[in-house]
Write a protein that binds this ligand. Structure first.
Ligand SMILES: [Zn+2]
Length: 265
């Protein structure tokens, strides 16, 4: 017998994967046509119902996620966001022109910063954002996300990425597919710089590269070599500074990529 009346509400699906922590990147999946808000702000949802969002460095302890399904049914989730404990990291002994640049250098620095900012703002419909990241380089972590930099006694912006130590020339791989937005060999502070857009506001940044193997506008696939580790720009040694961004919000790459596989695996 077919019963149509008083049927229980259709069980709508919602999955959330990722670290519910400050700096965490969350992959969500609802249903095609679902609408999603985080703390009342609409989040873009892909045709298959996938979406992402992040928690900034000092995100509050609670966030509210609301889903409205195409049939009008609603789901509400209270998310608990774990606090991270950030280090204080002194940086000493940089060349004077990088600590207090002259006006001409400062102009170039501001231009570089604006270009990177514009790249992070891109809101494309590339679906590569759904692919879980692989690590771009394997090696010891030499700098963690969120640490408070103190440059020659002056507090500076918190560290916005993860530093991975590796010999100069080590290939750097795309953690997921995407489109190259920036491929610049010589930014003042960042040196060789690449930004990849993975879609829906997710982008990744690679700096201090000694070599760039991609060009602006190129679509790369996961694992493709995009350049090589170096010490260009303001670097204290050969390392990859890897940044992960949800729009302009810096996230913790270690949380986004998960535990690093052991070298040799
Ligand atoms: Zn760094």
């Amino acid at each position: 017998m077919l019963i149509l009346a008083a049927a229980p509400a259709f069980a709508h699906t919602l999955t959330l994967d990722g670290a519910m922590e400050q700096g965490g990147l969350i992959h969500g999946k609802a249903e095609p046509g679902a609408r999603v808000t985080l703390d009342g702000h609409a989040i873009r949802v892909a045709p298959d119902g996938a979406f992402i969002f992040g928690f900034f460095r000092n995100a509050p302890a609670h966030a509210a996620l609301d889903i409205t399904y195409p049939d009008g049914a609603k789901t509400h989730r209270d998310l608990s966001v774990t606090a991270q404990h950030y280090q204080i990291q002194p940086i000493e002994g940089l060349p004077e022109n990088q600590v207090s640049p002259n006006p001409e250098t400062l102009k170039r620095i501001l231009h570089d910063i604006a270009a990177i900012k514009a790249a992070h703002k891109i809101d494309s419909s590339d679906l590569d954002f759904e692919t879980p990241f692989i690590w771009p380089v394997l090696g010891p972590i030499s700098g963690v996300f969120g640490s408070q930099r103190v440059l020659d006694g002056q507090p500076r912006a918190p560290h916005a990425g993860t530093d991975i130590a590796a010999p100069a020339g080590t290939p750097v791989k795309a953690p997921a597919g995407g489109t190259v937005i920036i491929a610049e060999p010589d930014f003042v502070l960042d040196g060789g710089t690449v930004v990849i857009d993975h879609g829906y506001g997710l982008s990744t940044l690679y700096i201090h590269l000694s070599k760039i193997a991609v060009h602006k506008g190129e679509h790369v696939r996961q694992g493709q070599v995009i350049g090589a580790v170096g010490a260009t720009g303001r670097a204290t040694g050969a390392n990859l500074h890897w940044g992960v961004y949800w729009y302009e919000m810096a996230l913790d790459p270690m949380l986004a990529a998960g535990p690093m596989p052991k070298v040799g695996q």
